[in-house]
Design a protein around this ligand. Structure first.
Ligand code: 5GP
Ligand code: ZN
Length: 114
């Protein structure tokens, strides 16, 4: 989608700090981090949010979680605790309507979230 900021980052039209990329997934640093490690795992397929997933996307979501686990382990932050967050629709804080997963680590993460 031409007007989608994450599609434009995936196409290289907008710069981002890339941490990992493969054929299905892009991982970038969040532009406004809220934790010492704050990455965005962005599937390359334009899916609006979890409400639009179909069965063919299930392996992709597993790949997101495995990639997040690998990255947090490589950064030495796995044992202290980390969080994978997916906001769906504006009332839950979704501001970019291209599915993505926040990976947060490196500080105490309180529960319940706001
Ligand atoms: P949401 O609020 O939809 O769950 O998360 C969107 C995230 O994307 C926010 O944490 C925001 O800081 C981040 N973000 C928005 N625009 C950009 C951008 O142009 N580049 C990067 N790297 N992150 C962005
Ligand atoms: Zn998109």
């Amino acid at each position: 989608m031409t007007d989608c900021i994450f599609c434009r980052i995936i196409k290289g039209e907008i710069p981002a700090k890339k941490v990992f990329e493969d054929d299905q997934l892009l991982v970038i640093e969040d532009i406004a981090p809220v934790a010492p490690l704050h990455l965005l795992l962005v599937p390359k397929k334009h899916i609006v949010n979890a409400l639009e997933l179909d069965p063919a996307d299930h392996p992709l979501i597993g790949h997101v979680f495995q990639t997040a686990a690998r990255i947090v382990r490589e950064n030495g932050m796995a044992e202290q605790g980390f969080r994978i967050v997916n906001n769906n629709n504006a009332g839950a804080g979704q501001s970019v309507f291209h599915i993505h997963f926040h990976l947060l680590a490196g500080r105490q993460l309180n529960w319940p979230p706001g």
